[in-house]
Design a protein around this ligand. Sequence first.
Ligand code: C2E
Ligand code: CA
Ligand code: CA
Length: 840
Amino acid sequence: MSRTQRSDNGTDQRLVPLIGLVAVCAGIVAILSILDFSADAPTSVAQLATVTALVSMITISATVKAPIRIGSTTQAITWNETAIVIGVAVAPTSWMVLCTGLGLIIVVRLLRLPLIKAVFTISKNMLLAAAAGTTLTLLGWAWPPTELHHMVVSLPAAYVVLVLLDEAIAIPVIAIASRTRILRQFTTNWDLRLVGYAVRFAVTVLTLVLLRAETWLLVAVPPLALSLHLAYSTRVRARAERQAWQRLAHTTDALNVVDLDAVLHTAVAQAANLFSADEVEVELEDVGRTVRGNSETVTYDGSPDEASTVSGTVIPIELKGYDNTAIGLLRLRFHGPVKLSEREQYTLRTFGSALCTAVRNATAYAELNRVAEEHAHAARHDALTGLANRRHLLDRGAERLGRRRTEGVTALLLIDLNHFKEVNDTLGHAAGDRVLTRVAERLRAAVHADDLVARLGGDEFAVLFHALPAPAVAAHRAETLLGALHEPIDLDGMRISVEASGGIAIAPNSGGMTELLRRADVAMYQAKRAGRRIATYAPTRDTADLGRLALGGDLPRAVAEQEFTVNFQPIVDLGSGEVVAAEALARWRHPARGTIDPLRFLETVERSGLLPAFAEAVLDQSLLAVRTWREAGFDLPVAVNVSPRSLLDARFPGSVLARLRAHDLPPDRLVLELTETLTLSQLEVVDQVLGQLRDAGIRLALDDFGTGYSSLSVLSRIPVHELKIDRGFVTAMETSAEATAVIRSTVDLGRSLDLVVVAEGVESEPQRRALWELGCTAGQGHLFARPMAAARLLSALQQGAEGRPGTLAPALHDSGAVVRLSPGRRSGPRRPERLPHLPA
Ligand code: C2E
Ligand code: CA
Ligand code: CA
């Protein structure tokens, strides 16, 4: 009979119609057989013995089997087909059909097969008996066969018909039950199966020959069949085993990848294949991830909590490595009940440990990658703001400069925040950090996608513009960017507006990024000096001063060797041209670099710890100058600039007063110019210092008024005597109504608070007049004099303008008039004459 019998423990609903059809056909065949049998029933003892023999033969042949599991389906090789063909050869077909049915009923009872499986097995084999028997009958077979061709043609034909029908019925059923493709079922082990058929056919023929000749020789058939069966099933198992090992080896190879996703997805598919599981699940505890799927697809990949559970048999195994610590679980699921063979359990453990190793490798690799990426990121980014750092900027810039010019212009904007240090000093570093972070955010939001924003350190930022249509566009973009910073920043309810200076440089033809950066730096300092927001690099103004940072090392010597000197810029009564005071402006006479302006070295000094020494040197020279002028008959106060940092030093007022006493000067001969920003401070020490200075009779001035923070609130907290209108407003006055408005309101404010208002940067006669007409009484600037040495200023004073000692400019025509001019008069004729400039 059939070479295999498949016993399917879990029944798929799709099998029911198929098995039903087989059962109906078998039923018809059974009815026909019963009709035929009753017409030709066995009567003799011999015939009854034959029937009994046939039934036992079927029973025995169906019980001896070698099981092979596929999924939750077990296939078993049996000798049914041999028994059936022998039966139909020696007895009428109807007998054999009924004997087969009866024999198998006994078998299914003995094996306690589930109903559907029992029905299928019985029906199929009855149909096979009917088909084989009918084939023999059609070919004129009769027992005992008389002619050779019956043995050579008819018998094989019947056998082939039986085998083909068996395959045709069984294979689709197995394919459905085990969810594999029909074609695959046909081709699996086809060679072994063919050998099996041949062997069993040979046994069939041998048995029939013996039956015909010497009946007693039949005794030899069962041992022969049994040994053949054992040999065959051993081979089948051996091969299955070998294939399983090969697949395991193959599988562990496939797991040998470094990507965790690939490891998990491969593991699921491979395990499903290897163990014919309906579903495989890998759960990683540490990672918190579950991947589930079958041999074809991944059906779930996510958190273990959300993974639904599926019914059926679950075989779990811990994923353990050599060190015996488990990293998770591998679960095989089967629709029906399944018990793994010993070999399969071993394979499963091996697979589990291979998977564990693969997961560990992949995790370690990912971690390594992550750390490497993090390092790479950290090496190229600023930790505080997340912006690119200097190195990143240089790299990217070099790459851009290396490209062809057809891509447009590359330009660099260097941004330096004004007064940032004061924010840090007075509000603390946390506040400073927040300002920097906000600035970074704004810059990032305001640049074009292709531009790179970097923080170079401290309060210095840079933007690399890429592919600009024309060089001039850089200035325009820079304006927008700095404008974006201007919007006040909220710091714990305090509104701080960040001012910044920007220097632009267009990519040079040679020198690369270093040169581009240097040029932008030069431009930025030009902007600062010129009191403008932005300057573009101009080669003619480039003094190639590379040493801003290198200056630090020279400071101790500068203090010791008294390289710091002070120049004085007169402050003039705008109406009369009379000098009313002088501002002390520090200079560094560097032996190698010549005279260096304060904006280039102040920061270095303030950072160096030598600030008190420097401040004292400036103060000392200033007071000395005041004494000299005073003795020469010009009793002018001197205005000295004070670093915000000095105001954090509680000893500062004491040392100032000591200097005043040393020079024997009354305190009101000294004006201290404070930058607005320091007044942000809620620090008690600053209030104390300022209070002491003021109480001692020293005058205080607010420098750069209008550029900084909430000016009015500052005035209410710190009572000063003077306001200095920032040069930027004076410069912009002629073109900007807004600038004029700021000046006017400052003047009005000064008048109502009874403060002196000094305009800085007065460079032209029209500016002087306009300021005067706005009610501003004092000014300083190149129109009157550049900063100069004390002795030089004294001789200028002595000489005077138009022979009036103590003056540096002729009086305005209407300077005597107390009444301010109406707007109508302002556009009237102006004095054409150019005033003589004093050489600086
Ligand atoms: P500031 O207090 O606003 O000083 C005015 C600056 O404007 C000076 O630059 C002066 O040379 C320049 N200036 C004067 N008149 C004109 C003009 O008509 N047109 C133009 N374009 N500029 C004019 P300087 O001397 O380079 O000083 C720069 C800044 O350095 C000063 O700004 C002040 O904040 C600081 N500074 C100078 N000396 C000292 C000092 O001894 N101690 C401290 N802490 N800071 C100082
Ligand atoms: Ca000043
Ligand atoms: Ca100023």
